[in-house]
Design a protein around this ligand. Structure first.
Ligand code: AMP
Ligand code: TRP
Length: 327
């Protein structure tokens, strides 16, 4: 039995990419020995944001995690900013990370490209993520493909910290799903599906109503030719739909491709499968959203549990680097 941990950033509404690439696997992992899932609200401050919207998105993210199937009786669900140990360990790790290795993070390059203002927080973002993980002696970090490099950095930081200061931190590993590790935008199937895209036409949201899902899938960009075949290089649009349909029905894209010979039928089946998966989640979301006090109580309990573990790891790390016990 392992300890697992993963996080969801409340920078926008939860997407189908989040669900297929990450959330649904978290639900499967929550019966591990220990399972921690956090809304990484501090990470959301690294790019332009609006305080009122952030407040709403933090709650929405936590509700989506529960609606998708995370059960606070079986896992620890909490907000990153409730546990101050995260930022403190992040500082110790910032002094362990090198400027050069952070400069090589592809997500930093993507997110900073062409921006007028690039925060220092965006640059050190992966170190805060490393702290999120390393505070909990985590073995496995279930994430989508885009986070693999950050988990690799986390491993390097843990190994370096341990070699400098003694055996303090557990070295984790990423677990990336075989299918749907990188769901693409329906309008631009070479780009990752994301809530920060300029238009939501190619992004399906976890809370999109059925008719919106149907419309977005119907208008998805397909490729030249008419053949339904799983070939992400030559047929990125069709392959993305096959990936989504396969993930939604628990199969493999190559196998699904054999069942369809026309783009129209593939789209119809994809929309239907998505609606079947998302409708119960949305119903559960509405139930949970109706009782904000219950969510607060869950997050308070989660924060208590997280703090009790994080404080022990942080004390160990402080001591190892030569900081005195707190006066
Ligand atoms: P984020 O919204 O960036 O906090 O992502 C939360 C989780 O969802 C991470 O594990 C990501 O790797 C995963 N994820 C985000 N977008 C996608 C996508 N388009 N396809 C697959 N996984 C994704
Ligand atoms: N950086 C991750 C993302 O954008 C979110 C995240 C923050 C995370 N801390 C984490 C994921 C710790 C896994 C473990 O998706």
């Amino acid at each position: 039995m392992a300890t697992v941990l993963s996080g969801l950033q409340p920078t926008g509404p939860v997407t189908l990419g989040n669900y297929l690439g990450a959330l649904r696997h978290w639900v499967d992992e929550q019966d591990q020995d220990q399972a921690y899932f956090l809304v990484v609200d501090l990470h959301a401050l690294t790019v332009a944001f609006e305080p009122g919207r952030l407040r709403a998105l933090v709650t929405e993210s936590a509700l989506c995690m529960m609606a998708a199937g995370l059960d606070p009786e079986r896992c620890t669900l909490f907000l990153q900013s409730d546990v101050a140990e995260h930022t403190e360990l992040a500082w110790l790790l910032e002094c362990t990370a090198s400027f050069g290795e952070l400069s090589r993070m592809t997500q930093f390059k993507d997110k900073s490209a062409g921006q007028e203002f690039v925060s220092a927080g965006l640059f050190t973002y992966p170190v805060l993520m490393a702290a999120d993980i390393l505070l909990y002696d985590v073995d496995q970090v279930p994430v989508g493909e885009d986070q693999r490099q950050h988990v690799e950095l986390t491993r390097n930081l843990a190994v370096r910290f341990n070699s400098r200061y003694g055996d303090v931190l557990t070295v984790p590993e990423a677990t990336v799903p075989k299918v749907a590790a990188r769901v693409k935008d329906l309008q631009e199937p070479t780009r990752k599906m994301s809530a920060s895209a300029a238009s939501m036409a190619g992004t399906i949201l976890l809370l999109d109503p059925p008719e919106v899902i149907e419309r977005k899938v119907k208008r998805a960009v397909t490729d030249t030719g008419t053949e339904v075949r799983f070939d992400p290089q030559a047929k990125p649009g069709v392959s993305n739909l096959l990936t989504i349909l396969a993930a939604a029905t628990g199969t493999e894209p190559e196998a699904v491709a054999k069942d369809y010979s026309r783009y129209g039928d593939l789209k119809k089946a994809t929309a239907e499968a998505l609606i079947a998966v998302l409708e119960p989640i949305q119903a559960r979301y509405r139930e949970l959203a109706a009782d904000p006090a219950a969510t607060d109580a869950i997050l308070a309990k989660g924060a208590d549990k997280a703090r009790s573990v994080a404080s022990v790891t942080l004390a160990r790390a402080r001591d190892a680097v030569g900081l005195l016990p707190r006066h």
